[in-house]
Design a protein around this ligand. Structure first.
Ligand code: 4AD
Ligand code: MG
Length: 465
């Protein structure tokens, strides 16, 4: 008999038919006449109630049915008399696939802390909260592909292993097959990579942007969506060493086009969640964050503020003059700290802010220089609770100006001749951004720690599972 997924079992036409359900036991309760089992198969946050009439089953048969056990039940789907569910299955047969010893199975019914569950990352998808989060994660990935496909962008695969440091920040994980106990060095003490796998020093990518630019200057509009890696030692609730990034890159786009795209894209994704993840969002809204759904709806219906950095700093300086205390100093030229960004978004404007035109010294080499010679056409999209959710820019398309920035910033370019070729042959104005997928998920789920929106987080001192 074909299995019915629990997500499909609430269809009215199934009432009165025989169904086969399979899943993991969430709980069992009852008395010597009747036993109720809440069964979940991961297809939905909802459980199906299985009713065991103890005239047909004996206590011995039901003994293995403890929290976490996996079972298969065939029975009649009937309307439920009880509270809390519309339908239930009157069990006719029971097969136990696997037991879960109550003395050792870690996910007993009581509420666990997220810290505890992080140490049980191999089992936490079986909890309501993480089931909801990972279903939403899937849906947001679909939303991303859907948005770009609908808008005529091509999904372009950029390499994971690379020899270039896109952000020029030196935070790359090395990839090598060399024997680390026997490294050959030249007379200056530098490691010789000639005999390494790639014949040169290679690393895991921090961003697909540079190769994305190659694609955009050929296919017009492209996006990448893949894992990226940063060896930055930031142990914060918003940083991962391995995270997923969405990076569109668009030929012939200017700063306004870029900001329009950023805003439209984020709203599309959030709206997608509201339309396709209702049950899971309601669960998270009830259990984790009472303001969640309201906040999502608000962002979809709000026009984002567009704010040049210089004006932003002015607002922050005025706030400080009026008595606002920040941990870090604010002045023109400083790299704004998360507390500054959140002040602008959460207290001053009370809506998302797209900050633009940053001082060139605090941004990457590829950003287009403004006519003032001091600022670049970079944008950060700043969100309530999250801070920076997107970083993007118009790219410097002029070869000479780009080379000047590269030299000023001492960017090692020996392996980047191919990137410079985009500016040598048929260069065009273009722009793009990177959205941290897990930062988006933090916003959409209302979770507060980035380790809880990716199945197996990678952070300093943590690569378990
Ligand atoms: O601002 P970032 O460093 O920009 C870039 O990498 C550009 N090359 C993107 C582009 O223009 N194509 O990173 C982009 C976004 C950030 O806004 C943030 O959301 C996320 O990636 N991000 C991280 N997310 C989790 N953990 C980290 N360590 C992150 N670093 C950046
Ligand atoms: Mg950034």
């Amino acid at each position: 008999m074909k299995r019915t997924k629990i997500v499909d079992i609430f269809a009215p036409e199934l009432v009165g038919t025989q169904v086969s359900v399979k899943g993991w036991v969430r709980s069992r309760r009852g008395n010597k006449f009747v036993q109720f089992v809440a069964l979940n198969d991961g297809s939905t946050i909802k459980n199906i109630q299985i009713v065991f009439d103890m005239e047909k089953f004996n206590e011995e048969q039901l003994k293995p049915i403890t929290t976490g056990a996996s079972i298969h039940v065939v029975g009649q789907l009937v309307e439920s008399m009880g509270k809390g569910q519309t339908v239930e299955v009157q069990a006719e047969s029971l097969e136990v696939y696997g037991t879960a010893d109550p003395d050792t199975y870690p996910l007993q019914k009581k509420g666990h802390t997220f810290e505890f569950l992080r140490e049980k990352a191999h089992l936490r998808p079986r909890t309501n909260t993480f089931g909801a989060i990972f279903r939403i994660r899937h849906n947001m990935a679909i939303a991303i592909h859907q948005f770009f496909h609908e808008h005529g962008y091509f999904y372009f695969h950029t390499p994971i292993i690379t020899a270039s440091d896109c952000e020029g920040a030196g935070q790359m994980f090395q990839v090598t097959t060399k024997n680390l106990y026997d490294l050959k060095k030249d007379e200056n003490g530098s490691i010789i990579y000639d005999d390494d796998f790639f014949g040169k020093q290679a690393s895991l990518t921090v961003s697909g942007q540079l190769e994305g630019e190659l694609a955009a200057t050929a296919l017009g509009s492209i996006y990448t969506f893949g894992p990226t890696f940063r060896a930055e030692n930031s142990n914060t609730p918003r940083h991962l060493a391995e995270f997923w990034m969405v990076e569109p890159e668009v030929a012939f786009a200017d700063l306004n086009d870029l900001m329009d795209l950023e805003e439209e894209f984020i709203k599309y994704c959030i709206n997608w969640a509201l339309e396709n993840c209702n049950d899971d969002l309601e669960f998270l809204n009830n259990m984790i964050d009472k303001g969640l759904i309201e906040r999502l709806k608000e962002v979809v219906n709000t026009e984002f503020v567009r704010l040049p950095y210089t004006e932003g700093v002015k607002i922050l300086e005025e706030a400080v003059a009026a008595g606002k205390k920040f941990e870090f100093p604010v002045y023109w030229g400083c790299d704004l700290a998360s507390e500054h960004e959140r002040y602008l978004v959460e207290e001053h404007f009370k809506k998302p802010v797209i900050m633009t035109d940053y001082p060139k010294d605090i941004k990457a080499f590829y950003m287009k220089l403004n006519e003032d010679g001091k600022t670049v056409q970079g944008t950060d999209v700043l969100f309530p609770q999250i801070g920076e959710i997107i970083g993007g820019s118009v790219r410097e398309e002029n070869y000479d100006k780009l080379m000047t920035r590269i030299e000023e910033m001492n960017i090692p370019m020996k392996d980047m001749w191919w990137y410079l070729d985009t500016r040598r042959f048929g260069t065009v104005p273009h722009a793009g951004f990177g959205l941290g997928f897990e930062r988006l998920l933090l916003f959409v789920t209302g979770m507060t720690n980035i380790r809880d929106v990716i199945p197996f987080p990678r952070t300093p001192n943590n690569a378990e599972f």
